[in-house]
Design a protein around this ligand. Structure first.
Ligand code: SF4
Length: 383
């Protein structure tokens, strides 16, 4: 996006924090119990004012765990000797229909970064295949050019998720050992390229545990403020994933406690009352339930983080890769052999259990909050 992009503004920034970010930084300073409680009450009030007593539901479908990057913290890392597979478009439909039968109408298509297996054309076909029964489709895949996103938006995808992982360029360089993901600025400017292509929901986040949490959270708030200003037609979603156990055995470098995460979510809600805050099944059930009262607006439930995880689709094509190159499919796949998951989830409740708990807390699950006709209209107007 040239010199006006967020990455250039962030890397070359000088002077004091401004606007909502300045207040956000103040709210992240150490707080006493009563001070944090006051923040929680304000966050709860603002969440109900802006979002009512609703929680939006989404389900991830992992398309592929092939990846050409080596990221120290990720189970899909290229050199991890794991079982891999890329689902066919029909198998993606099978997985998505499983979620649709559970009630999900918002589906996030997730994949590692491997342009040969997860190409733009493949993504278009996946979106077209599930669109008839999926009003809201998002993608979380390797960053692309704007021109690559346009056909995916036209096919019916409406949201784009791309986490920077860490906003600290030095830590970023260390964590991303090999592959195109090493390019910090290319990744950072991805939401803007997606916006230019027509995505109308943009999800950003940092993977907490890689760098000191206050600095990461402040950088995330700066990114949020920037996108709200420069991509003003989009809804901005923020996610605060914490490291979970995964293949490779990476351990968090920095602590990010439940209390810390609570403080960040309250501060985000107070400073950016209009943004969505997403919580995945990385967190424990009781903690997720508590956060839904404080600012979280969007959750997944009963997720699987491996391709074919819901239905067993693709097991006949399990293989290993060497330096990103696919090996032969394994013959004689035994019942305990599956494609590797990206990380272990911490909330394994079923969808009915999560829904029942939401209602117990006085919250109503919303399965569909996007009308495809709006997207079609915008794409037509953009032509
Ligand atoms: S974090 Fe993403 S890019 Fe890195 S290894 Fe995992 S799937 Fe690949």
């Amino acid at each position: 996006m040239g010199i006006m992009s967020f990455s250039s503004e962030f890397i070359h920034r000088h002077g004091p924090l401004t606007g909502a970010v300045a207040r956000f930084a103040q709210l992240l300073e150490p707080k006493t119990g009563p001070e944090l409680e006051a923040m929680a009450q304000e966050a709860n009030r603002l969440t109900r004012q802006h979002f009512g007593r609703t929680i939006r539901m989404f389900g991830p479908v992992y398309l592929s765990n092939e990846c050409i990057n080596n990221c120290k913290y990720c189970g899909f890392s290229r050199d991890n000797p794991i079982l891999r597979v890329t689902l066919t478009v029909d198998q993606v439909e099978t997985e998505a229909k499983f979620l649709a039968n559970q009630g999900f109408r918002s589906i996030l298509l997730v994949a590692g970064e491997h342009p040969k297996f997860v190409s733009e054309d493949y993504l278009v076909k996946c979106v077209e295949k599930i669109r008839p029964f999926t009003p809201s489709i998002g993608i979380e895949v390797g960053p692309m050019e704007t021109e690559g996103y346009i056909p995916i938006v036209k096919a019916g995808a409406e949201y784009l998720i791309v986490f920077q992982e860490t906003y600290d360029p030095v830590v970023y360089e260390d964590m991303h050992v090999f592959g195109p993901k090493k390019d910090y600025a290319w990744r950072m400017d991805c939401p803007e390229r997606g916006y230019a292509a027509g995505f109308r929901r943009l999800g950003i986040g940092a993977l907490f545990g890689l760098a000191p949490w206050r600095e990461e959270a402040i950088a995330l708030a700066m990114h949020t403020q920037y996108l709200l200003k420069h991509c003003w037609k989009a809804l901005v979603h923020v996610t605060l994933p914490r490291l979970r156990p995964a293949a490779g055995g990476f351990q968090p470098r920095y602590e990010f406690t439940d209390r810390d995460m609570t403080q960040v979510i309250c501060a985000l809600r107070i400073c950016f009352p209009q943004i969505g805050i997403t919580q995945s099944t990385r967190e424990r059930p009781e903690f997720r339930d508590a956060l839904m009262q404080l600012g979280v607006t969007t959750i997944s439930a009963a997720s699987r983080t491996e391709p074919g995880g819901y239905t067993g689709a693709g097991r006949d094509q399990l293989h290993q890769t060497k330096k990103g190159i696919r090996g032969e499919a394994i013959k004689d796949v035994t019942p305990d052999m599956n494609a590797e998951e990206q990380f272990h989830i911490a909330d394994s409740r079923t969808v009915p259990e999560v829904v029942a708990r939401l209602r117990e807390m006085g919250l109503e699950p919303v399965w569909k909050d996007w009308d495809q006709s709006i997207q079609n209209e915008e794409v037509t107007l953009a032509k």
